[in-house]
Every structure is written in C-alpha cells, then in structure tokens.
Design a protein. Sequence first.
Length: 76
Amino acid sequence: MVDKELVKQTLELIRPALQADGGDVAFVDVDEDGMVTVELQGACAGCPMSQMTLAHGVERVLMERVPGVTGVRPSM
C-alpha cells in the first residue's frame, strides 16, 4: 500500500517548478496497484507538453521517492 501522505509531501517538492511556469499539480488518489492520479492545473492543464511533464517530471520523482508508486496519470 502506497503512503498517501508521502505522495502529498513529494508533490509539494515538485509544485514550485510547475508554479514557476504558471501551472500546478494536485493529488487526487492512489489505487491499490500504486497508480497515482493527479490533476494538472493552471497552465499545465492545457499545455501540449503536459504528458511529458507527467512522465519525466512528476512520475519520475514520485517513483524515486515513494515506495510502491507504479505510475502517474491525469484525472479525467
């Protein structure tokens, strides 16, 4: 089981970089398989590079720092 509080704390480390570009990220949930769902906000919500931000930014950091995280997906 993934520690939701550790996910939230780790997202707080990522947020300043996103906010510097006018965007943000919010934790939504994590499922039993370790898939984290986040909501991209601000400039990130409509950015054509948002998939790259998720994969090479948010997902990479979460997988490095939070045991059990298997991936990250945007909320629908």
